[in-house]
Design a protein around this ligand. Sequence first.
Ligand code: NAD
Ligand code: UDP
Length: 364
Amino acid sequence: MKIEQKIDAAVAPLREKIRELELSFTQKYPPVKFLSEKDRKRILITGGAGFVGSHLTDKLMMDGHEVTVVDNFFTGRKRNVEHWIGHENFELINHDVVEPLYIEVDQIYHLASPASPPNYMYNPIKTLKTNTIGTLNMLGLAKRVGARLLLASTSEVYGDPEVHPQNEDYWGHVNPIGPRACYDEGKRVAETMCYAYMKQEGVEVRVARIFNTFGSRMHMNDGRVVSNFILQALQGEPLTVFLFLPSDLVNGLVSLMNNNISSPVNLGNPEEHTILEFAQLIKSLVVSRSHIQFLPEAQDDPQRRRPDIRKAKMLLGWEPVVPLEEGLNKTIQYFSRELEHQANNQYVPKPKAARMKKGRPRHN
Ligand code: NAD
Ligand code: UDP
């Protein structure tokens, strides 16, 4: 046998092993549709490692697009998108949208902003910068590359509404100097900026006014009604009472992005539940010993919120389809797993002697 043949024979099993490894590597991702060059879009999702952004990432990746997630990990987590890391259609950039960003994309879903009251009130100036300077930068990017931008706005632009339900023509009732103003007014200016760029610079914009959404990957200490209730019920603590909820968002966002409606569109669930009903439902689903406790209301907390979604229904053919109980059950399962994960990661100190032998323990 020639030396080349000998080498080939020796290398063949290694080649096979490498092929197997490559295969297992490509198969570790969720299934992705094939899109031709013409249909495949380069899509930027700011805040893509957050709760809504990571679900949107999943949808757009599985639809076969190239997705770039930009996130500063203030409330988002790498874990939310880790199942895509290494995929040829996926890129994760650790970047703060308050700083300019130069990349080439076709569409921008601009979601970067803390979303729950404890998170956006934690550093109100940063919340304002993210929603104003951050949005300006993303609109500047959209203008330069000719991309369409969808702003994730919020029902908070209606403030503590005086009309019920709220349709898109209602201008809102916001306290400009209250504790929620950094978020409410930040989003209102962000909307204003979108329409200024549309009128002055011809940038294509879409504005989704999102109502309270819940589900897996929501931050544990998010501070919004669903996470609070579920966690407290699971941990047997008293249930506190604040806001309202709905769901089913990602399909609405993608549908809005790819339609020709540039004026704001409400996306939310018009099914209304009193907080008490809602608390009782969670308590029964979790089978919890928690009791419901009423606390004084927080300042400027909206009293009642209900989206009028006739516009989304008529123009996008969109409405939420996941029943409340199903959504809640999935969310409860997610939070149970998170609590378990947290408990397993907690550092349990070993006796001193053992500790000294093995060196300094690390906290997770
Ligand atoms: P989230 O906190 O889970 O996600 C926000 C993401 O933005 C996080 O990953 C965070 O790290 C990132 N981020 C924050 N500031 C940033 C910055 N300066 N630069 C880069 N990244 C930054 O919240 P969410 O619930 O997923 O909300 C997403 C968007 O939807 C937000 O714009 C929010 O205002 C809007 N929205 C959400 C709801 C809801 O009920 N979830 C309701 C109305 C509006
Ligand atoms: N910008 C960006 N990426 C781009 C283009 C612009 O981040 O690809 C930022 C830019 O730094 C500026 C903002 O977007 O601060 C607004 O840009 P625009 O071109 O509208 O305004 P100008 O730069 O003329 O002030």
